[in-house]
Write a protein that binds this ligand. Sequence first.
Ligand code: PLP
Ligand code: CA
Length: 304
Amino acid sequence: FGFKGCQKIRGPQLRNLLEAKDFILFDCDGVIWHGEKAITGAAKVVNSLIRHGKNVVFVTNNCTRPRENYVHKFCRLGFTDVMLEQIFSSSYCSALYLRDVVKICGQVFVIGCDGLRRELQEAGIPCVEEADAPDATIYNCPLAPDVKAVLVGHDDKLTFLKLAKASCYLRDPDCLFLATDNDPWHPLSGGRILPGSGSLTAALEVASGRKATVIGKPSRFMFECISSQFRGVDPAQCLMIGDRLETDMLFGSNCGLDTMLTLTGVSQIEEAQEYRNSELTTNHSLVPDYVVDTIADFLPAFEE
Ligand code: PLP
Ligand code: CA
């Protein structure tokens, strides 16, 4: 059992696998694009899957854009057939969680980008106004009386004051503590990295002595969002494709989906093999069922 998974797949085997699946779930960064650049062949693959009648959905932990921005981005990069309903971002799913699961009454204090706030607004969830006076400090700033949740996501304008306020709100045990995702960092070009939402969440977990509820991958909630919006989603008919073992492959395992690692992103095949050979059985949930070099390897499957 310890050696199951990490199967390199191509040619007719890959074609059969794709034929057997109704739903293809794609992670975005590292799978279909790197930042603003589409991965070679990815647009053709996605467009072909859609035209062959597959249900294609995108599951991204990037919480910085509202879904409509993704539609524009897909279009700009040549993914011409992607619609709003196919996009499941951690910001959109956080809004659904607050609206439909928590049924929040009260305000949400957000650490995050404008895109996250926009998504919450669209779901009718009130957020605390963010404008602090220039001389504001945690000693003199007002705190809203009705904050029922703190939501943390990637925030490129993070300040100490925001962290301090969030820590104060979290003193109230009735105030929920949510994180859009728990990603530690993201690769940039030239070997640089961007600290992810997980690094901000960790700071608040220490300050509050509490653990955040994570909405994004690897938590199952995003799959529940997909199941509730598409008819007849059967985990056995789904394939989850991603580039990161700790988020995408674990997400797939947590939801009972077949998983595929593509080697155009963060995780290397050697890491997957190490998890596979590990004696710690919890590590086996991080092992992909299949591995491809790039999703462009799908292209021959569409040729007659
Ligand atoms: N969050 C942020 C802020 C990012 O920049 C990225 C990737 O660039 C991600 C999350 C990860 O996105 P994905 O889940 O599509 O790989
Ligand atoms: Ca990714």
